[in-house]
Every structure is written in structure tokens, then in C-alpha cells.
Design a protein around this ligand. Structure first.
Ligand SMILES: NC(=O)c1ccc[n+]([C@@H]2O[C@H](COP(=O)([O-])OP(=O)(O)OC[C@H]3O[C@@H](n4cnc5c(N)ncnc54)[C@H](OP(=O)(O)O)[C@@H]3O)[C@@H](O)[C@H]2O)c1
Length: 253
């Protein structure tokens, strides 16, 4: 499947690196598209319309506010359209691309290393959808990590969990490293310990069927040190902080 990226910014680059194949791309900053094309062995094109003409699947990687302007250039030529735009439901995409097969995904930055969580929105009533294209597009995005299909109404909520989360996890890691610095561990060594622990814990959780409680029980023996640390985190409001973060993401502005 020949993929064409409309916009060549951070997420376009992360996905292209994850796919590891040549892409067609365009961007208002020509040098940005050129750099991405060179990196993937693909081609930077002079306009969004040209990308749409040449690609089997156009992937919308611009900002949500540009939906209508981009659709005016792309819709007449696109064979199929996949969007990664935040807060842009399938209904809005179908309105912008009438009669075309339209798909909605939300990726996360670790797609760059094929370890991303990717959410696909599902809603009845798409025009021009056919099952071969559906399957090929889903498989393409599944290459980037774990693909989870959700009702389209839940995609923005999911975005608050997985698409924003690389920033949250980076902040949590930084906070731990700084705590170690306060007690004398040099930042570089602290970061090595913390980041490896994150990666290893993620792998263990996966092998334990995502059973977070099982991991906590294995590490925290009754009356032990970890139990005291967990209690401090709870009293520090860690659950409320993550809950508030999700509310903040979903808050209408
Ligand atoms: N970053 C994430 O973690 C993440 C996660 C999930 C979803 N998303 C979604 O992914 C999309 C891109 O996000 P991003 O973080 O990659 O943003 P970004 O780095 O700003 O990339 C967007 C790119 O689109 C370009 N662009 C602007 N107008 C355009 C047009 N008319 N035609 C083609 N390209 C145009 C921008 O150029 P200029 O800078 O010159 O405007 C920029 O290079 C957004 O819709 C966002 O909601 C992002």
C-alpha cells in the first residue's frame, strides 16, 4: 500500500519511521517534507493534491483546524483517507471526505519504535468502505504496535490515556531521577535505572496479562519498604493526579 502523508511533522515522522518504508509526503515547509522523504527513501511532493493522486492511502497528519482546507485539496483525488487528527470524530471526517473510505486512528509517539498503542475508531455508516481496504488499512496501523478498536465516541478518552501518556511517563521518570539526585545518585545512572525499570515492568505486566495488582503484590511485601513507598505515593495523590489529567485533556475549551 502506497502511503501519502499530508503534513510531515512529529507524528508523520514517527509513523514513517515505524513503517520503515518509503512514503510520499507534503508539508507547507518544503524542507520538512524533503527531510522525511530522504529519511524513508520516499518522495516529497509539491502539493497535498499530488500526494492524494499518487497514494493508495492518504494519512492526514496536519492539525485538526486544517481539516476543511486540506479536504478541499485532497478529497477530489484521494482513494482512501486515514486521519490521526485529535478530537475529530469519524462523522466530521466523513463529512469532509464524502463517499471516500475514511478511517480514524490515534497513534502514540512510540509508534516510531513499533511499540505504540494505536486506537481505531469504529462507527457504523461509512460510505465507500470495502472489506479489503478496511483490512489492509487496519493491518498497516497494527504494524506500529498494539491496535485497539473502540467505539468512536471513546477515542478521545483513549487519547488521554495513550497518546498523551508518553509525556506523562517521561515526567514520572524525570521525577524519580530527581528524587534519586536529591539522595546522591548521579542523574545519568539514575535515568538508566529508572528507564530500564519502566521498560522491564511494561514487559512483565504484559506477560502477567496486564495484572497490575499482581506486580504490586510481588514487589510489596507486607510491612515492607515498597509498601511504605506506595503509601506515600497514594497520599501524594497519584491516582487523583492521573484522573485530573484525563479530565483536563477532555475539557472543552
Ligand atoms: N504528537 C502526538 O503525540 C500526536 C498523537 C496523536 C495524534 N496527533 C495528531 O497528529 C496531528 C499532527 O500532530 P504533530 O504533533 O505531528 O504536529 P506537527 O509536528 O505540528 O505536524 C503537523 C504538520 O502539518 C503541517 N501542516 C500545516 N498545514 C498544513 C496543510 N494545509 N497541509 C499539509 N500540512 C500542513 C504543519 O506545518 P506548519 O508547522 O508549517 O503549520 C506541520 O509540519 C495532529 O492532528 C494531532 O492531533 C498527534
Amino acid at each position: 500500500m502506497n502511503v501519502g502523508l499530508i503534513g510531515s511533522g512529529n507524528m508523520a515522522r514517527a509513523m514513517a519511521r515505524g513503517w520503515g518504508r518509503p512514503v510520499l509526503c507534503a508539508d507547507p515547509v518544503a524542507s520538512r517534507a524533503q527531510a522525511l522523504a530522504e529519511e524513508t527513501g520516499g518522495e516529497a511532493l509539491a502539493s497535498n493534491a499530488e500526494v492524494a493522486r499518487r497514494a493508495d492511502l492518504v494519512v492526514l497528519c496536519h492539525k485538526p483546524a486544517q481539516l476543511a482546507a486540506v479536504a478541499a485539496e485532497v478529497a477530489p483525488h484521494a482513494k482512501a483517507v486515514a486521519s490521526i487528527l485529535a478530537a475529530t470524530p469519524l462523522a466530521a471526517l466523513r463529512e469532509a471526505y464524502p463517499g471516500k473510505p475514511v478511517y480514524r486512528f490515534i497513534p502514540s509517539l512510540p509508534v516510531e519504535v513499533r511499540q505504540g498503542a494505536v486506537v481505531q475508531g469504529a462507527a457504523p455508516g461509512g460510505d465507500g468502505q470495502d472489506s479489503d481496504t478496511d483490512r489492509a488499512v487496519s493491518e498497516l496501523f497494527a504494524e506500529l504496535g498494539s491496535l485497539v478498536v473502540l467505539d468512536d465516541a471513546l477515542v478521545d478518552v483513549a487519547m488521554g490515556l495513550m497518546s498523551c501518556a508518553p509525556a506523562y511517563v517521561a515526567l514520572v521518570a524525570e521525577a524519580q531521577v530527581d528524587a534519586g539526585v536529591r539522595r546522591g545518585i548521579p542523574a545519568a545512572q539514575g535515568a538508566e535505572l529508572v528507564v530500564q525499570t519502566l521498560a522491564g515492568t511494561a514487559e512483565l505486566l504484559r506477560r502477567r496479562g496486564n495484572d497490575t495488582m499482581a506486580i504490586r503484590r510481588e514487589v510489596a511485601s507486607p510491612g515492607g519498604l515498597t509498601a511504605r513507598g506506595l503509601d506515600a505515593l497514594e497520599r501524594g495523590g497519584i491516582r487523583a493526579a492521573f484522573s485530573d489529567a484525563l479530565d483536563a485533556v477532555l475539557e472543552k475549551r
